[in-house]
Design a protein around this ligand. Structure first.
Ligand SMILES: [Zn+2]
Length: 73
């Protein structure tokens, strides 16, 4: 099945820079691994206080999964 040819742009949640949502970017929706790690750190700092807060309704939820390997209970 052919992919859509239109490149989708998303704003990096950390620095708000517009980035192309492509499979070439393993850090999507972040612009870089740095921003991804910053976000993970900020989230961890919240100590799970707002687990229901999400601001990603416009993005494919199936494409935004934090790597299960990063989770430690
Ligand atoms: Zn960024």
């Amino acid at each position: 099945m052919p992919e859509a040819t239109t490149t989708r742009l998303v704003a990096c949640p950390t620095c708000r820079q517009s980035i192309a949502w492509t499979t070439d970017n393993p850090n999507r929706p972040f612009c870089s691994e740095r921003c991804r790690m910053i976000d993970l750190g900020a989230w961890a700092a919240e100590d799970h206080r707002i687990p229901g807060e999400k601001a990603l309704d416009e993005q494919d939820p199936n494409s935004y999964r934090k790597d299960p390997d990063d989770w430690e209970e």
